[in-house]
Design a protein around this ligand. Structure first.
Ligand code: CO
Length: 436
């Protein structure tokens, strides 16, 4: 199998076929594109494991396991007895709109699709934008039921604004009612289920049900010092952490790469960061190697990787004065006294040292004390598997917009930092000493 080739900045040099499907700017983490992450792992020799089977793991082995086809944990084992798990976690989902089961809202001349919000999107950014639809369909087969990935690819829907002439308040006092303002116009008059069935390779009467979402199919662009693309939160981190994981030197720890679905809706699903997925995967690794998770976890470390808010050029007042972070300023280390971000002095000291060794700039972020920030993966995962963690990310603008903007250099900074992190042979003492 062909090995992947990387340049000195950790950027993947794509084969022609891969480039068409996947670029550093535009990985589309819908179920259909989740396959690209699996493909990258398999090209590097990672073997799929199934949760439904017993695992036989070999020292030096490379494996990955998925849950729900939307969360993924990849790991590689050292040749000797591992000292602990070196882990990263990012999320695979982004705010969007889910298409309801009885999808068609038939009007006199047009059909709309009935949708509800998934996560906290910026509604204005979704208006007047050509949208496509992807997800999965469950179809009846000769042997039972099968899951099929669906991607309509073509433009299928659009959420139209009301003209300024009819809503003079549109620029000063706009409120969005999801049941009224956010229902998209469908490109055709009816026939939605038939189209989904065709895309799933099934007859319409065999389409049982589906999980389908609107998505912005626009390609990412690199312009000057910036990149703009849909879903940078959190695919920029998902991609950068995978690159760091795949390109790191062998260490004496077990390296673990996690990608969790459902962060945007609170993580409390069977495959989210609040689930047992990570805990059970680590337990199974320990069982297979004759180790106990309690001792392993105490010597482990996890970096929760999720994008951060860059200081806004038009609104610098939203940033905390002493903790502003900027695009192209390097990897962001996030702090929060309430521990919504898991970073503390013990974990920050390690990440700082990682960045120094990688010769990567880093910057410190904290919310303004009068503004509640978002929460993310680390503190949630910590309730299942408790260990030293820090929260990091890359600075971006317009988080949860349908088209987000970030620094063109920052992806490579994170790749380098995480490559160094995964390559460390680290001995962690939970109370605050490390041997590196
Ligand atoms: Co995020």
């Amino acid at each position: 199998m062909a090995k992947l080739v990387y340049d000195e900045n950790g950027r993947l040099l794509f084969t022609k076929e891969m480039k068409q499907e996947y670029t550093i700017l535009m990985p589309q983490m819908l179920p259909i594109h989740f396959g690209m992450f699996r493909k990258l792992l398999e090209l590097e020799g990672y073997r799929p494991l199934r949760e439904t089977e017993e695992w036989t793991l070999e020292p030096g082995g490379r494996y990955y396991v998925t849950r729900n086809g939307s969360s993924l944990i990849a790991f590689r084992l050292p040749h000797g007895r591992p000292g602990g798990f070196m882990m990263t976690a990012a999320h695979s989902d982004s705010p969007t709109f889910k298409i309801k089961e009885n999808a068609e809202l038939a009007g006199e001349s047009d059909t709309r699709l009935s949708v509800e919000g998934y996560g906290g999107m910026l509604c204005a950014s979704w208006m007047d934008r050509p949208l496509s639809i992807a997800g999965r369909a469950m179809v009846r087969t000769e042997n039972g039921i099968a899951m099929r990935l669906v991607d309509l690819k073509d433009i299928a829907a659009l959420i139209p604004n009301v003209a300024i002439h009819m809503n003079r308040e549109a620029n000063s006092n706009m409120k969005y009612n999801f049941a009224v303002d956010m229902q998209p116009l469908y490109g055709e008059k009816g026939g939605f289920r038939g189209r989904v069935a065709r895309a799933a390779g099934a007859a319409e009467e065999d389409l049982l049900t589906y999980d389908l979402f609107l998505y912005n199919p626009q390609s990412g662009v690199e312009w000057g010092n910036y990149i703009s693309a849909p879903r940078l939160d959190d695919l920029q981190c998902a991609f950068a952490s995978l690159q760091g994981f795949l390109t790191a030197e062998e260490s004496r720890n077990a390296c673990v790469y996690c990608l969790f679905d459902n962060e945007e809706v609170g993580s409390e699903t069977k495959q989210g960061a609040a689930s047992t997925f990570l805990l059970e995967t680590l337990e199974r690794i320990c069982d297979a190697l004759g180790l106990t998770l309690r001792t392993m976890a105490a010597g482990s470390f996890l970096l929760s990787c999720d994008n951060a808010h860059a200081v806004h050029p038009n609104h610098p007042e939203y940033a905390d004065k002493n903790h502003t972070v900027r695009m192209n300023g390097g990897v962001v280390l996030k702090y929060n006294a309430s521990q919504k971000y898991t970073t503390d002095a013990v974990s920050a000291a390690l990440f700082q040292t990682v960045c120094e060794r990688a010769e990567v700039p880093f910057q410190r972020y904290a919310n303004r004390p009068d503004m509640a920030g978002g929460s993310t993966l680390g503190s949630i995962a910590n309730t299942q598997v408790s260990l030293n963690m820090a929260d990091i990310g890359l600075a971006q603008l317009a988080m949860h917009s349908a088209f987000e903007t970030a620094g063109a250099q920052d992806t490579a900074y994170m790749v380098r930092a995480l490559r160094t992190f995964f390559g460390l042979t680290l001995k962690v003492d939970g109370d605050g000493t490390y041997r590196l």
